[in-house]
Design a protein. Structure first.
Ligand code: CTP
Length: 401
């Protein structure tokens, strides 16, 4: 996700400095080229060699470090970066930057750079709550600097409260948001995910193998790109994306009701959920016993997406087609029958595509029948590709109107 991105990681002197090693590893895993800048006191907590070995780049610790082509170090780094993240950010560094002090490499770099700067503060709870720190943060925010809220919990100093460095996953999410285009700003998107479950009796149900990963990734990526997202999730073991409005449901009928309750302002619906097409005609209130003759009567669930297609208006509708055969023919038939703008088709019986994997192999088919083929990608990358396509179609629609 961060392939080709240049990230500057500023590390300041707090016990949470060891967690920035984990952050560095995540950044590298996602493809970023990372340059680490350490303050003098940060070097009391973690050795520069750790960051140097993991990043494969020289760690900057001195203000007068010169880089190649005789450019002043901080200017050279500040010019070619995409983002600067300071994690952990102490009360001291926040105070210095808020008041224009540039007396070491990191503070000078912050003054010199024009790229987005993200602070992930970590400090004692009382320091965090102090009016001085809060005033400095407000001042920096008003100037366009980005801040993460520290987490609550047990702190290294023995107290409990707010002040822990935010989770590495959350810092990564904010970094990705700052590096994403804001091309879905203004869109209000309902995204469904996961399977539905239709009860047979209190212990058994009809469901399918959908994990929810595709829908959850779409929701996260759409939010990063500026959309207002509501995730409507069937039963899934995945953690709820931090701060993302999520409504849980179990059955197809519940999912349909929740969608309609939230439809008024939605400009787009992406149905990534694998909705059960049938439900037991009757649910037994007691567990059905083994002995005896059994026959399961089914009745159809509503086709939620086809229902949305009937009242579509200007809303953009994206469907998924989970197929095991005749992929393109079946997907095209679904676009027409359900009145969709776009369908994402995948062969769920192919290795590396479909329900429980972390990857998917998709084809996107437009309303006019054009097919776009994609290789195997992570579901996060697939979400990017789908949303790229949505943005392009929206632009085209806008021009045609
Ligand atoms: N869908 C829906 N309601 C249903 C079944 C499916 O809204 N009761 C949606 C899915 O979320 C998906 C699209 O319709 O976006 C296609 O789902 P799929 O299961 O591939 O197709 P079906 O319409 O159920 O047809 P079939 O099972 O016969 O292939």
């Amino acid at each position: 996700m961060l392939q080709g991105k240049e990230v500057l990681l500023g590390v300041t002197g707090g016990i949470a400095a060891y967690k920035s090693v984990l952050l560095l590893r995540e950044l590298i895993k996602e493809g970023a080229n990372v340059h680490v800048i350490m303050t003098k006191s940060a070097q009391n907590f973690v050795a520069p060699l750790t960051f140097q070995t993991l990043s494969g780049n020289q760690v900057t610790t001195e203000i007068f470090t010169l880089f190649s082509s005789s450019k002043i170090g901080h200017i050279s780094l500040a010019d070619r970066a995409d983002l600067l993240v300071i994690a952990p950010a102490t009360a001291n560094i926040i105070g210095k930057i808020a008041n224009g002090i540039a007396d070491d490499f990191l503070t000078t770099m912050v003054m010199a750079t024009r790229v987005p700067v993200l602070f992930a503060p970590a400090m004692n709870t009382n320091m965090w709550a102090s009016p001085v720190v809060q005033a400095n943060i407000s001042r920096l925010k008003s100037m366009g600097y980005n801040f993460m809220e520290p987490a609550e919990g047990e702190l290294a100093c023995g107290t409990t409260g707010r002040g822990k460095l935010a989770d590495v996953d959350e810092i990564m999410e904010d970094i990705k948001t700052l590096l994403s285009p804001n091309d879905l700003a203004g869109e209000k998107i309902l995204i469904t995910a996961g399977p539905t479950e239709e009860a047979i009796d209190p212990v058994r149900c009809i469901t399918n193998r959908s994990s929810g990963k595709m829908g959850y990734n779409l929701a996260m990526v759409a939010r990063r790109r500026g959309a207002e997202v509501t995730l409507i999730s069937g039963p899934s073991c995945l953690p709820v994306p931090c701060g993302l409005p999520t409504i849980h449901c179990t059955t197809a009928l519940e999912m349909e009701r929740i969608i309609h309750e939230n439809l008024d302002n939605a400009t787009m619906v992406i149905m990534a959920a694998a909705v059960a097409d049938f439900r037991p005609a009757e649910k037994s209130e007691k567990k059905i016993k083994r002995l005896g003759d059994h026959c399961l009567d089914l009745e159809p669930n509503p086709d939620i997406l086809a229902g949305l297609g009937k009242i579509k208006g200007k809303r953009f509708l994206v469907g998924f087609a989970a197929e095991t055969n005749d992929l393109v023919a079946n997907a095209r038939e679904k676009i027409n029958r359900k009145n969709l703008d776009m369908i994402v088709a995948n062969n769920v019986s192919t290795c590396g595509a479909g329900f429980c994997c972390d990857t998917n192999i998709i084809k996107i088919i437009d309303r006019d029948g054009t097919i776009y083929d994609f290789p195997q990608m992570s579901k996060e990358q697939v979400a990017e590709v789908i949303l790229d396509h949505v943005v392009a179609s929206r632009k085209k629609d806008g021009k045609e109107q």
